[in-house]
Design a protein around this ligand. Structure first.
Ligand code: XIL
Length: 368
């Protein structure tokens, strides 16, 4: 699987190294898997939907973790446009996505649809010679997919719109060509096709203290304001929240963005949360404690705002996690220092300190 181009771009970027944070893990809930606190219940008690990316891996213990702790699942890559219809000749292929719908129904889970537009994985067959033709083709795609999956009640309509360097709209693919008119068109078409669904634009690197994130926060906010001024149907901002030990987080600044978005009437969703531990020590106990601390500080800081109504992990376990399986991931641990441990459960699907940390933050979050 290829890593997203947007992420590989960071290798060329000045990133701030080191955390220097004193950490301690509280001894909360130590128990067997079936008597662990249930994250979806802890979240639900305070109005927060908890979920994970999922790829239908058959391992029973992993599936049990997903089933037990997640109120929402999101297909990790199976709903991206070229997966559903790669070219003009091939018919729509819904077979894999249909299996997600079955899994979710079986476990009383919501499905978060990700995504109807992503410049990193374009569908060139939906690009017409004129804007009118493009609207017919791309609109047909949105209507077909969003119209088929009425169970999907939240959508990332457009993914990763703000450029890492200019902090303005990206200049490639259809948003590059038609700008806000195209974004507005996608949102309106999704609204028509799925009037019951809440619609989001989803972006990244608005979570850290570096200037890069500061710029992207400003760019994202500017985009939200413009869309609101256009009357585009938009309900939420997705904040991906791929956190990196090498790019220290700034939860207060992220809170600031959430607050501004809330002022525009938008919810904020933590949509792809993980903690990349590439610069943390090899010692596992120490590393796990530091990862747990990053989760705690980030979630405590952002969940202070009642507009944050969901937390989705990317994904919930090291057993199946893109930071580990994506060998081209831009931010790898140095050789001989052990595999990354980015998630709440380890590769055997047993809970790590991060699990208990997140459980505690969810339990203590202010109700919304
Ligand atoms: C990643 C998936 O985890 C991988 O399986 C796939 O190869 C590439 O995409 N931002 C996003 C997600 O919006 O779709 C990306 O998911 C991670 C970064």
């Amino acid at each position: 699987m290829k890593p997203p181009g947007s992420l590989s771009a960071v290798t060329r970027r000045r990133a701030v190294a080191g955390m220097g944070v004193a950490l301690c893990m509280p001894a909360v809930w130590r128990a067997r898997a079936d008597s662990l606190p249930v994250l979806r219940d802890l979240g639900a008690a305070n109005g927060i939907e908890v979920g994970s990316a999922f790829s239908l891996d058959p391992d029973p213990k992993y599936r049990a973790v997903i089933a037990r702790h997640c109120a929402v699942i999101t297909p990790e890559w199976q709903m991206k446009p070229p997966q559903i219809k790669p070219d003009a000749e091939s018919p729509y292929n819904f077979s894999i996505v249909d299996r997600f719908m079955e899994f979710a129904a079986q476990h009383r889970q919501a499905i978060h649809g990700h995504t109807l537009y992503w410049a990193h994985l374009p569908i060139d067959w939906a690009v017409g010679a004129t804007f009118e033709e493009t609207k017919r083709l791309y609109g047909g795609f949105i209507r077909t997919v969003a119209g088929r999956y009425r169970q999907v009640d939240t959508w990332d309509v457009l993914n990763e719109l703000i450029d890492d360097d200019s902090w303005k709209l990206r200049t490639d693919y259809l948003v590059g060509q038609y700008g806000y008119d195209f974004i507005d068109f996608c949102l309106r078409t999704a609204r028509e096709a799925a009037p019951h669904a809440r619609l989001a634009v989803n972006d990244y690197w608005v979570e850290c203290a570096a200037q890069l994130c500061e710029g992207k926060r400003a760019g994202v906010l500017d985009m939200l304001k413009r869309l609101k001024a256009m009357g585009s149907p938009l309900d939420a901002l997705g904040i991906q929240s791929h956190l990196y030990s090498r790019m220290p987080i700034d939860p207060d600044a992220t809170f600031g963005l959430i607050n501004e978005a809330a002022g525009l009437g938008l919810e904020s969703w933590i949509s792809e949360l993980d903690v990349n531990d590439s610069t943390l020590p090899a010692d596992i106990a120490e590393r796990d404690a530091q990862v747990a601390d990053i989760y705690t500080r980030y979630l405590t800081g952002t969940l202070r705002h009642p507009a944050v109504t969901r937390v989705i992990f990317w994904g919930i376990s090291d057993y199946y996690n893109w930071v580990l399986y994506d060998k081209e991931h831009w931010d790898q641990r140095p050789p001989e220092t052990g595999d990354a441990r980015p998630a709440l459960f380890d590769t055997a699907n047993d809970p790590k300190p991060a699990f208990y940390a997140v459980a505690r933050v969810l339990a203590e979050a202010r109700p919304r």
